[in-house]
Design a protein around this ligand. Structure first.
Ligand code: FMN
Length: 376
């Protein structure tokens, strides 16, 4: 059998993919203050439809789950309706798309929220760090209140509702954002989960919120193969800390393996460099590896059997036709960090695709810099 490369066809959730390249979930802050995706997002995602799979920017399942400025949500009819032309445009170009469901938990500021409700978290521990607000500039994260045990089924139900809404809006599936220090990771991690009920204390209890949420999402989707999960073991982003990430995430991978999920998506970190080697044998399903990959390293990871798909973030921002560029070994454009989160089309839909007439040799080859942007 020929070796699997980034350009080998693949299969996910009952559909064929033209390659093994996944577009990473990336917050781009172009939605309205009320969480309605912008019309610009239609063009933005359609431009990137040649990815084997697009995972959207983190999208809040409820007003309570939103904490950043101009990030989209999927709880109101207007929000759901605004996602429809986006999925239609991607499907019209032969692409596939999962919605990333992101509840911020303790990460957020009142000035960014459309609700007066306080942030909620496993425990009432403020996350160190600041976030941007359009009205007040940089602000400390608010202090969250601890969720009461009886409230937790309601939060889980928000994820199920968002799953139903996503499928109604035409998405092929949904991804649980259990990475980057947001609510599910806050439950998983010893630093942010000091609970003494069945959702905290020991490892099994810390896994409970994520497992119950996945079960609820699977039931809402009608099939586990429409539900994926993203994790980022040992990445300290958003002041998250766990005493033993290898143990926590090995237990999680083992627990979710029998569920039949669409995939496990793992973002690697320098602090746990062998995370793919550790987790891949524990999860019997499609394995997506992300974090700083390029053409060479992605090709090598597939050849080594470390993953089934490679996830690319920043490179997809600045190279909408990334698979075509890799196929031709063409030059790569560098992303402009200053427009990652700014409103409007600049730095969003104005990165050109390669001119079909231009030969790759005619372009100076620039090695893409790897800016240390904030992962979310
Ligand atoms: C602008 C930007 C926004 C991001 N937003 C999200 C997000 O909403 N959800 C998420 O899971 N990861 C988010 N991330 C992390 C990416 O999904 C990815 O894991 C990270 O960029 C590493 O991949 P890369 O080195 O290929 O860019 C974001 C990254 C960037 C650069």
């Amino acid at each position: 059998m020929p070796e699997v490369t980034l350009l080998t066809t693949g299969r996910l959730d009952g559909f064929d993919t033209p390659n093994r390249m996944v577009m990473a979930p990336m917050t781009r802050s172009r939605a309205s203050a009320a969480g309605v995706p912008s019309e610009l997002a239609i063009e933005y995602y359609a431009q990137r439809a040649s990815a084997g799979l697009i995972i959207t920017e983190g999208t809040a399942p409820s007003a309570a789950g939103s904490g950043y400025p101009r990030t989209p949500s999927i709880y109101s009819p207007e929000q759901i309706a605004a996602w429809r032309p986006i999925t239609d445009a991607v499907h019209a170009r032969g692409g596939h798309m999962f919605l990333q469901i992101m509840h911020v938990g303790r990460i957020g500021h009142a000035a960014n929220r459309v609700t007066d409700a306080r942030l909620v978290a496993p425990s009432a521990i403020r996350a160190a760090g600041q976030m941007w607000t359009d009205s007040l500039g940089l602000q400390d994260n608010d202090i969250p209140r601890a969720l009461d045990t009886r409230e937790i089924p309601g939060v889980v139900a928000e994820y199920a509702q968002a799953t139903r809404h996503a499928l109604a809006a035409g998405f092929d599936g949904v991804e649980l954002h259990s990475a980057s220090g947001y609510l599910p990771m806050q439950f998983l991690s010893t630093g942010s989960n000091h609970r003494t009920d069945v959702y905290g204390g020991n490892l099994q209890n810390r896994l409970r919120f994520v497992l119950e949420t996945l079960e609820a999402m699977i039931e809402a989707a009608g099939s586990a193969s429409r539900v994926g999960i993203k994790i980022s073991p040992a990445i300290p982003f958003n002041d998250i800390q766990d005493d033993d990430p290898a143990e926590t995430y090995s237990a999680l991978a083992r627990a979710i393996s029998p569920m039949g999920l669409a995939y496990l998506h793992v973002m690697r970190s320098a602090t746990l460099p062998d995370v793919f080697e550790t987790l891949r044998p524990l999860f019997h399903g499609p394995f997506l590896a992300g974090g700083g990959f390029g053409l060479e390293s992605g090709t090598a990871a597939l050849a080594a059997g470390l993953a089934d798909f490679i996830v690319f973030g920043k490179l997809f921002v600045s190279n909408p036709d990334l698979p075509a560029r890799f196929a031709r070994r063409a030059a790569l454009a560098d992303p402009d960090l200053s427009t990652f989160y700014t409103p409007g089309p600049k730095g969003y839909i104005d990165y050109p695709a390669l001119d079909n007439a231009a030969s790759s040799e005619a372009e100076p080859h620039r090695v893409s810099r790897r800016p240390e942007a904030e992962p979310r």
